[in-house]
Design a protein around this ligand. Sequence first.
Ligand SMILES: NC(=O)C1=CN([C@@H]2O[C@H](COP(=O)(O)OP(=O)(O)OC[C@H]3O[C@@H](n4cnc5c(N)ncnc54)[C@H](O)[C@@H]3O)[C@@H](O)[C@H]2O)C=CC1
Ligand SMILES: O=C(CO)COP(=O)(O)O
Length: 334
Amino acid sequence: MDRVAVLGAGSWGTAFAKVLADSGTDVVLWARRSDVADAITAGRVNDDYLPGVALPPNLTATSDARKALAGAGAVVLAVPSQTLRENLSGWRPWLPAGATLVSLAKGVELGTLKRMSEVVREVAGVPEDQVAVVSGPNLAKEIAAEQPTATVIACTDHDRAVELQHACSNSYFRPYTNVDVVGCELGGACKNVIALACGMAAGMGFGDNTMASIITRGLAETARLGAALGADPLTFAGLAGLGDLVATCASPLSRNRSFGERLGLGDSPAQAQEAAHGQVAEGVKSCSSIRELAARVGVDMPITDGVHQVCHEGLDPRVLTTALLGRERKAERQ
Ligand SMILES: NC(=O)C1=CN([C@@H]2O[C@H](COP(=O)(O)OP(=O)(O)OC[C@H]3O[C@@H](n4cnc5c(N)ncnc54)[C@H](O)[C@@H]3O)[C@@H](O)[C@H]2O)C=CC1
Ligand SMILES: O=C(CO)COP(=O)(O)O
């Protein structure tokens, strides 16, 4: 694969474009704002999202999506989940035939309850095996600083996953392949919600036992949903499951954890949103779609349900804590 288009020049889009370029792949990065594209082209930096990070010369930028897409062997979609449908609809006429469409987004669409790869298939009108997802413990700022990281590239077409794996392997980024797209996407979307809960716990002053309990029970409810939707249970023990969950729930760099922490400290969701300075905390919206998806398939997700109530129904995180601890006693694997 000679050239890749990355659409979305936020934190992860820019960091992933750098990963590709550092792996020897030529990249054209699309930025919504022309001043961001110009700054990348002229100054080799994206100061809005990754200040101080030098971008390699084989990474160029444009605010013209048509130009970015021309001749691309793969198209990486790096916009927030709830905007993917609208953005991709606009790009559809210029998608190169046969190109692998790769989603970086970690969320479930409100209303349709679709995973991102399902949205991509529907909007682009491509078969399942032409769509890949990247998911794992991938905090953009650490990767931009070239700290060693592993990830998963999931695609039902193993050969396509391998092709993409070659395009983004380098001395600090190690991608594994997986054919379980459902499990990898659910792991990525659900961990944002569990990170909100961990943030709330931190904000309320709780320590490591509480964090470990939320992480582990969060993984249990994610795996239950995965089992109901046909995921491979082992995926949740891997990088896109436990790996991403631990990184996001523990890191002060996580937007979801930080958002939750503000709620735990007593901020309202509106105040926490304001403090996020326009950066996306995907779990705030996906807690509602995941909760609905779980209800549709009859799966109990008490932490996700509670996070939804705090974010959208005015529940106090302290009341949520009491409610979770007061649930009916049960066996661990029930
Ligand atoms: N930042 C991170 O460390 C990681 C993020 N992700 C996922 O990648 C996806 C993108 O996240 P980030 O790059 O971090 O987000 P971000 O908030 O840093 O950037 C979003 C980008 O999308 C663009 N965009 C296009 N249409 C938009 C619209 N209608 N509304 C808002 N922004 C729009 C923005 O201009 C911006 O360039 C999310 O689903 C996130 O969960 C996944 C792994 C790591
Ligand atoms: O997905 C991520 C790390 O893998 C980034 O998490 P946040 O969106 O919470 O910053």
